[in-house]
Design a binder for this molecule. Sequence first.
Ligand code: ADP
Ligand code: MG
Ligand code: MG
Length: 875
Amino acid sequence: KKWVYAFEEGRADMKNLLGGKGANLAEMTYIGLPVPPGVIITTEACNQFYLENRQFPPGMEEQVREKIKVLETKTGKALGNAENPLLVSVRSGAPISMPGMMDTVLNLGLNDQTVEGLAAASGDRRFALDCYRRFLNMFGDVVLGIEHAKFERALEAQKNYANVKFDSQLTAEDWQAVVEEYKKIINRETGSPFTQDPMEQLFKAIYAVFNSWNTDRAIVYRKVNKIPEDLGTAVNIQAMAFGNLGNDCGTGVAFTRNPSTGVNELYGEYLINAQGEDVVAGIRTPQPIATLKDEMPEVYKQFVETCNLLEKHYRNMQDIEFTIERGKLFILQTRNGKRTAQAAIKVAVDMVNEGLITKEEAITRVEPAHLDHLLHRRIDPNAELKIIAKGLPASPGAAGGKVVFEADEAEKMGQEGQKVVLVRTETTPDDIHGIVQAQGILTSRGGMTSHAAVVARGMGKPCVCGCEAIRIDYEKEEFTVNNLTIKKGDIISIDGATGQVILGDVPMIDPELSSEFQHLLEWADGIRKLGVRANADNPVDAAIAREFGAEGIGLTRTEHMFMAQDRLPIVQDMILASSDAERDQALAKLLPMQEEDFYGILKAMESLPVTIRLLDPPLHEFLPNAEELVVEITRLRLTGGDSKELTEKEDLLRKVRALSEFNPMLGHRGCRLGITFPSVYAMQARAIFQAVVRLIKEGYKVIPEVEIPLVIDVNELSFLRRMVDQVAEAVMQETGTQFEYTVGTMIEVPRAALLADEIAGVADFFSFGTNDLTQTTLGFSRDDAEGKFLQEYVGKKLLAENPFVVLDRKGVGKLMEMTVKLGRSVKPELLIGICGEHGGEPSSIEFCHLTALNYVSCSPFRVPIARLAAAQAKV
Ligand code: ADP
Ligand code: MG
Ligand code: MG
């Protein structure tokens, strides 16, 4: 079996086999870019390694040796050669990029002899020793598992001894001393001397890279990003290019466009006379890429050309690693750059306008789930802010919360539902679990391509980094800035778009769509087949929904209108009425109020359909809580309070108890209310139709759809429909105005799905209430499941996803397909939509498209997400 490929043997489309890094190195080699030569051990070898209990698969070692020979011929150097040693990097690289999550070793091949050869060949002894100490540190850390801090301390000690502040001030002799100390550390920590055999070094490094697929942080990262566990990592063995060979050398990272805003400008950083991780690790604060233009104009020009070429070649924004060795440019990595939602939109739209990609492609370039962040609130530009510091605007969006300094603590508090801002000097991949749970990240060191910045942008989390004004004291759990001390638990806010750090909470405003976003959504509208409506209970939400492009309202919940402060007492009177006459009195008071509600919503959505659901929840939801009543009654009794009040409360308690249910979710609710209290539904129908008549008289075109919830049988619907029709008839008579309306039902109980053909006979439309349909199909009460056992189900992979978030296609979806088929067998043109929370979730939207629903309905702020997801489902 072929386990090892030369760069020349691969191409970009071999990512699964060669990993993303390797496939792109191969591709860049193929298109003639200056890439140091190398070879790739496949992901298959990694997977085989795990199957065989962490042993190299048979034949792999042989193939590595052979390919290294070829590499030696190509470079004219040899591994372990004392005069002209070949040095390589051993780099991880999974099929899906997991930046910084796995391990890499640089300068491999050095030992006490070859370091002298390198010194002689380069004419720079200090450089050779710098490489050696880097190698010892990385090998010690990555391969031998020695704490990085141990090396760090030895280096600090040498700096103190030499009385210098920066690494760059250390001499060759200093590095020699550091190297000796590092070797001692390795000997002490592992019980054996540092291995001098480069081949042995190489295989140990390969072993370590394979192992790094399964470190805790890599596993967490895959979980968060939903990357499969069985991909494995490739190993890239590549000849070194040296960025630390003097002041005509350097290393850097650049994005071909601004990954934060999407603006078409080169965006990156570099360090002169530095190697590899120095930029990312935040050891020195790097220089912006623009200054390279002055420092090395030739290299800069070549780099810009390379960036353009790579962008055209991949037809996507690239994230490029490069190194300059004595004025010569080397490209060490390229990949599609991670970007914020804002940048994703701008880049996609710009690339369409530049003729680089099609509209369809542009649609697929934006992750609908990430749009959430753009559709969220941001800091009110007119607000008075107490700005305490300013850092780099690394990932836009505003966030506020309690300051915490440790990732573990951020994770814990975040899981408890607290809002926290993680504050650290810099973050490392080991902090990933804390970053996931934090609202935002603030670091005091590191640039725009530092770990914190990259990870935050990828997750759509606000981040301010390199905020050097703040001094963090981990021991005391506080940071100071100027004369201010912020302790753990104090509230701060950050604005990742401006880099501002603000004391306390900040006022926020609602989002608006950028013109690029509008463009993209218009393209999406041109592509999608699925309609998009919104769930809205009041005119304000309806107006927002319309602004965001909703084509109607798929669900108006009338119960929210009943909950309003001024109405609740009347609603309670209605519920507690002891006679029909009493009930009618209360209903008469509610009628004009409901009419006003419907008037507002129908007007806001004029000329678009509005589905209005008649009362759905169990009545006790409108009544006072029994336990609280008991407390009050007891208090009145003990204090000998007002006896009239006492009797009233006792009466009330009796009624509340009479209405209480063991399983309210399966109890007296939905159309069951309409059947037992027809006057309530009749009042609501009348309110709708009176509003309709008023609007028609004012010249508006309105499209009301009356919806009956929780139906299980066609008889229920026939019964209630007759009543609604009678009310409509009466209103037409009274007002002398004709109007059109439809009557339909929700499908939210399996029996309704099973009998959809019968029900379709009397329904003008169906709307899937997938929240209830999921509860009733799985037999899970949502409120109990989510807190108690669902997490375990998902964790143990018994269910792939939380079915209340992502539609359960297999079960609930099967009922939906059946409903559509049965319903349309009776009425081919039957209008069918979905109004559960799934209506705003991209994967569920795709399913709705595939099932030929007419529309999805979601919360107003998710309407743009649904428009995009619906188009993606079609593409
Ligand atoms: P990661 O996947 O964490 O980015 P990489 O394998 O890309 O790790 O390596 C980390 C750094 O080491 C990169 O910034 C790259 O510039 C540097 N590096 C890797 N291989 C070489 C090489 N052959 N020559 C010079 N620098 C290298
Ligand atoms: Mg890299
Ligand atoms: Mg329901």
